[in-house]
Design a protein around this ligand. Structure first.
Ligand code: DC
Length: 230
């Protein structure tokens, strides 16, 4: 699609730290609207994983950016509200992508402006009719600054660690809550401190604290806000 055609496609940008609920909220909102869904974190996770598997050094920005450009990352949408399955260079990596270890690799590669730049077009390609719900850290600030609605979801680190703990336990993974909390704090600090597109709300974003909201309540609130703007 050319730039003029995509400019008319509405985008809802949902940003926030890990465990704020933005993944689930974004998927459910996209399903309710029958819009496309972009999990931008999965792109960074796939690049982190590819770098580790190929033995690319995590301080070699040029090599990491090259990898980001050439990696064949595909999303396979699932039934309503389910996370898409992710394929990296022809392999289904959905499960390993969701681990905290891969999250840390993603956060490390995401620090480099060249890596972020390499992933820009891949992200903007998701902008198709009838609309896009884009989930990440810089959807509203950098990737889709013209989004029709920008939401920044937050929750306390303790609440987020507990949510992650439950998610991972349900998948049968062996996790320790205190360790998760430490990893979440460490990742937040790195994502917020980096120079390139740090984790922060866009000036025109609506901030929504989900600590005491259910997923359904958060989806409903965002859906209502969107109706006022369409
Ligand atoms: O949303 P997530 O937990 O899957 O993201 C994993 C990491 O990727 C996160 O720690 C920072 C990085 N990321 C980013 O820098 N920009 C995005 N738009 C999405 C993720």
């Amino acid at each position: 699609m050319n730039a003029n055609a995509t400019a008319t496609v509405p985008v809802v940008a949902i940003d926030g730290p890990g465990g704020s609920g933005k993944g689930t909220v974004s998927q459910l909102l996209a399903a309710r609207l029958a819009w496309h869904y972009l999990d931008s974190g999965a792109l960074y996770r796939a690049v982190g994983l590819a770098a580790q598997e190929k033995g690319v050094r995590f301080d070699d920005a040029a090599a990491l950016a090259h990898l980001a450009r050439v990696a064949d990352i595909r999303f396979e949408p699932q039934a309503s509200g389910q996370p898409p399955r992710v394929w990296l260079d022809g392999r289904d990596v959905s499960d390993v992508l969701r681990t905290e270890e891969t999250g840390c690799l993603a956060s490390r590669v995401a620090q480099f402006p060249a890596v972020r730049e390499a992933l820009l077009d891949k992200q903007r390609d998701f902008r198709r009719q009838p609309g896009l719900v884009a989930d990440g850290r810089d959807m509203g600030t950098t990737v889709f600054p013209e989004a029709i609605l920008k939401v920044f979801l937050t929750a306390s680190p303790e609440v987020r660690a507990e949510r992650r703990y439950k998610q991972l336990k349900e998948k049968g993974l062996d996790v320790i809550l205190s360790r998760l909390l430490g990893e979440i704090r460490e990742r937040d600090a790195r994502d917020a401190a980096r120079q390139a597109s740090p984790l922060r709300p866009a000036a025109d974003a609506e901030i929504l604290d989900t600590s005491s909201l259910s997923i359904a309540q958060a989806v409903e609130l965002i859906f209502q806000r969107l109706q006022q703007r369409l």
